[in-house]
Design a protein around this ligand. Sequence first.
Ligand code: ADP
Ligand code: MG
Length: 354
Amino acid sequence: MLFKKAISLFLCFCLCVLPSVSCNYSAGEKTKEPQTQARSYYEFFDTVSVIFSYLGDPEEEFAGNCNAVSELLGEYHKLFDIYYEYSGINNIKTINKNAGISPVEVDEKLIDFLTYCKELYAITDGRTNVAMGSVLKLWHDCREEAEEDISAARIPSEDALTEAAKHCDIDSLIIDKAAGTVYISDPDMSLDVGAVGKGYATEKAARLLIDRGVTSYVLNIGGNIRAIGEKVTGSGWVTGITNPNKLSSESFVCKVSIKDVSLVTSGDYERYYTVDGVKYHHIIDPDTLMPADYFTSVSVFTPDSGFADALSTALFCMSYEDGRALAESLGNVEVIWVDKEYNVKHTGGVVFAE
Ligand code: ADP
Ligand code: MG
């Protein structure tokens, strides 16, 4: 399922962006556009990652940049894994396994990331809560069971959800920066960083590329899009916001132009299962413990990809009014909301394209 989503998001970016960049000249522009280079990876975050260069850099340079990014993504993939441990490192799974038992010594990268997750909890008023693992696991298990055997599809019981929700207190995540340890003091609590991890790693990859001198690249890590710079012609890249209405002949609700920004969408239309004709998707509203019921998709534009990822999940879990107030209070954040009737609303600074 995840993979299917990633492929459709990847195609969405390619279909929209590549035709506009594969020609050598843009109408009315004098600067020659170099041939686009792209390299794909399938091993990170259970999704497709694509690195695009629009610089026309020599093959060895592009390969060097791709290798550096893939090494970094590989490292974060291991650190953020909640299902598997890897020899030689302690990761989120190790931290979860030691909940209520002992602090775990971790790489500084994980300390920084989890410290940021706590800040995100505060900024989003708890809507993006990485300490919600116990609740998310109940939904995840039901979704997996339904995928195995559709006739057994069910949703978690209210009792189980209420019990699990008692173990989602972000203050039970204790980070000791000086000692380099992380400890979950509640034995029944666990971390799930699915709402933030991919975007955070994407941003680290973008910064690495910028440090290497890159000025016109796009990263698409499972639909988390990070534009570095702009096209050599000075214009932005055009991409589409997926139309969640599968009955519509329009693939996109709108097209946008992006430069030096991340674009991350949270939606209910890719990862879901059905029980008695009702769709249950994967983004859980901490207030109701049920799949959030406000929108079909929320897309966030802001430079930092980790922030965009966390914010798209949070805004998906709050009303338009609350979300708009939050977005406007933050600055340098633009949003497109698609509601359940497929009406589109947006903040004032979104750059639309034809
Ligand atoms: P996607 O992973 O599809 O890009 P999101 O960034 O919105 O979408 O993250 C959804 C994932 O985050 C879920 O699969 C789950 O692991 C986790 N999650 C769901 N709801 C929440 C929430 N309210 N707070 C924190 N994490 C969540
Ligand atoms: Mg997210």
